[in-house]
Design a protein around this ligand. Structure first.
Ligand SMILES: *Cc1c(COP(=O)(O)O)cnc(C)c1O
Length: 404
């Protein structure tokens, strides 16, 4: 059996469709965010990153880096085991307390990543609660979809951000079955935000538990960075809030927060929590520093919002169509995988602007896009440079000027 030929034929298909993924090989430079060195042959040495999920540049914040270095000096590189067998470090418990406080919950539990937390928690809930039904928003992240699938629980998909459809679907289910409504606050590809209050009310009326992914909102929204649920004063009405330490907090890891019993249940039954090495204590210490800092500092969030508004305004002025949404994510629709890749290549090669083309399967075919995430550390000059480049390319490529 020629396995490589089997692999290669599927890769060739991807290439033919224009959906083959090419990674930019970056070397981030501490203190110079959003600048990075680029190691790809056909790119300039120095590029400006326009698609980072390190939304506030906290991954390079001196206090965060210092906390990580100090923890390495104090505790060494690794955790030393799974959480169960010698791997629970003091830094993990401190971080869990910080997270529980961030969301106003009794308890929190750490995972290796946000992906792992969604996957393992939803699969554990769905498989351990008898007759459980999981109601999943149609645009939920792959990590939730895979976790739900693995649970083998009954799954009902409700129309994206549509509380009325959710209501109808909940009404069809047996009154005594445990129901879980799984959704996100900020959807990262379109940048739209869920109608959280309506969803929570519908779930409450049907006695359903709410599972909220705040991955693209923690650190960014709410007076202390507790996410959209904090901003809308709804956190106390949500059963489980899940988040990441890898995006706005700038480090690595995932977590859930909720009741003492819920977190203890996951600690005791969730395979993806139990049978894996704990995060390095230095990672936990750095993440805790980042969270604690953003709880009491609003200036990064404020400047972030200003930069996002400014880029939107400039795109409008130059007639470059971008998707309107209430978040910090600015998608510029290209609607063709090959064009999307070509535009990204030119931006990189001729302008030193790095934006990753977003193609299928991350988004549906025909909705390919460039997705810009301005940070507080992108200067006005950076934004003007980007707008000028897009303006020039728009003229050259004559891409349809309709707004998505
Ligand atoms: C990125 C992402 C995750 C996964 O988080 P990681 O910490 O990067 O693994 C989960 N949910 C959503 C909506 C995401 O975009």
């Amino acid at each position: 059996m020629d396995f490589d030929a089997l692999f290669q034929s599927q890769l060739d298909n991807l290439k033919q469709e224009g959906n083959y993924r090419i990674f930019a090989e970056l070397e981030r430079k501490a203190g110079q965010f959003p600048r990075a060195k680029c190691h790809n042959d056909d790119a300039p040495d120095d590029v400006t990153v326009w698609c980072s999920n390190d939304y506030l540049g906290m991954g390079q914040h001196p206090m965060v880096a210092r906390a990580m270095k100090d923890a390495i000096d104090a505790c060494g590189a690794g955790a030393g085991g799974t959480r169960n067998i010698s791997g629970t470090n003091h830094a993990h418990k401190c971080l869990e307390a910080e997270l529980a406080d961030l969301h106003g919950k009794e308890s929190a539990l750490l995972f290796t990543s946000g992906y792992v937390s969604n996957w393992t928690v939803l699969s554990t809930l769905g498989s351990r609660l008898p007759d459980c039904v999981i109601l999943s928003d149609a645009l939920n992240h792959a990590s939730m979809i895979e976790g739900i699938r693995h649970s083998r629980a009954n799954k009902v998909i409700w129309k994206h951000n549509d509380p009325e459809d959710l209501d109808r679907k909940l009404a069809c289910l047996p009154a005594n079955a445990p129901k879980i409504v799984a959704f996100e606050s900020v959807y990262s590809m379109d940048g739209d935000i869920c109608p959280m209050q309506e969803i929570v009310e519908v779930a409450e009326q049907h006695g359903a538990m709410t599972y909220l992914d705040e991955v693209h909102a923690v650190g960014l929204y709410g007076p202390r960075g507790g996410g959209v649920s904090e901003r809308e004063n709804l956190a106390h009405r949500i059963t489980l809030i899940e988040g990441t330490l890898g995006k706005a907090f700038g480090v690595l890891g995932g977590y859930i927060t909720g009741s003492e019993a819920l977190c203890d249940f996951m600690r005791s039954f969730a395979s993806g929590f139990i049978f894996t090495t704990a995060l390095p204590p230095a990672v936990a210490a750095a993440a805790q520093t980042s969270i604690a800092y953003l709880k009491q500092s609003g200036k990064e969030r404020e400047l972030h919002r200003e930069r996002v508004d400014y880029l939107r305004k400039r795109l409008d002025q130059e007639g470059i169509p971008h998707m309107k949404n209430p978040s910090h994510i600015i998608p510029v629709m290209i609607k063709d995988p090959v064009k999307c890749r070509v535009l990204a290549d030119i931006l990189m090669q001729d302008y030193g602007i790095y934006v990753q083309p977003i193609n299928y399967p991350t988004v549906p075919k025909g909705t390919e896009r460039l997705r810009f995430t301005p940070s507080p550390l992108h200067s006005i000059e950076d934004i003007e440079h980007l707008v000028m480049a897009l303006k020039t390319l728009w003229k050259q490529c004559a891409i349809a000027h309709q707004v998505a």
